[in-house]
Design a protein around this ligand. Sequence first.
Ligand code: SAH
Ligand code: SF4
Length: 403
Amino acid sequence: MRAMNDTLTMPIPGHIDPVPVPRPAVVREDGRIDLLGLGRESLREALAAAGLEAKQAKLRAKQLWHWIYNRGVTDFTLMTDIAKAQHPWFAQHFVVSRPEVVEAQVSADGTRKWLLRSPDAQDYEMVFIPDADRGTLCVSSQVGCTLNCTFCHTGTMRLVRNLTAGEIVGQVMLARDSLGEWPSQPEGRMLTNIVMMGMGEPLYNFENVRDALKLVMDGDGLALSKRRITLSTSGVVPMMARAGEEIGVNLAVSLHAVTKEVRDEIVPLNRKYGIEELLAACAAYPGANNARRITFEYVMLKDKNDSDAEAHELVRLIRKYRLPAKVNLIPFNPWPGSEYECSTPERVRAFSNIVFESGISAPVRTPRGRDIDAACGQLKTASEKKSRAEMDRLAAEKQAAIG
Ligand code: SAH
Ligand code: SF4
């Protein structure tokens, strides 16, 4: 059975845990260890545990790191600075995996969506959105989501599990494979930006998201600047300061409403962490300033949250907390069975104008990939959802079958 990539770190409220605790390596059915998602220290430990003596383990870990995260190589025989005679030993003990691609779709507007599957048969999705001046990969952090925002298709899935750091960074590496963008190079990339806006709430899978993004941001690894990475949260207030300190990427907050009544209804997490508390956490977010604004996402739902009065209230709240902010208005993307309609284009424009005239930028996001259900909030895999107990039972049966 594949062991979960659970973390051993214990969060200390208000502090950053100064001791990096290596996470346990994942063991596969064939007994080999998957190196994807391991940081420098964990790589070294995995090699030492497999029998390399300390100095060798250190050297080989350094080399492997470069091949895996800078060059995108998954085949040990191509790692030319590792002695040929050692290649079989590596292949016998380790693999460098990629998420399995079940289906790849391309939208009329060039947006691409991949349905991915984990070894324990959990499905999740990633989306690539090409633009004239950039290419954005929308990455998932969980299979499904526990939070049940009423306008979001992913929220109707029962959470199956958190994605591991390997599965998260694996999405970026798979995209690089398919775009042919190895080795990491600063110029001429198609994949320039990453948004943690796929399936799931990234701050409910904090450590795996953090560890994956560290690999993405490492200058000797995937080498994407933190300024080009955005983490979107529906408002997990207690984790926001840590996200700023330990990850340090741009922050987007799914606000979507300005009154308790409406936000309680459409983003149920608001009942736990209210609007004022959320905005105070935004004001305290490390690294937010006028050059790096916080993005407030606001889904435009007809007759629900789209009045002039609500636009004025949004401006008042942003001013009250002196937030370096921009507002991203997202036309609601419908999905089968959804109970909302998108605001009319005139309403969206009127709302945007009110915010804009107060001096806050308020662009309207163009929906991308709607025809392949790749737009914001449309991600939902068709796979049957299994409870934890069912998964454990199936895993036990599988284990028994392979002896
Ligand atoms: N869980 C995180 C990140 C994933 S969702 C979060 O909620 O922020 C990315 C964005 O898409 C969020 O702002 C989310 O509220 C929005 N969204 C969800 N469903 C949508 C829909 N049907 N139409 C438009 N935007 C939607
Ligand atoms: Fe989860 Fe975000 Fe969808 Fe809400 S909007 S259900 S937090 S993925």
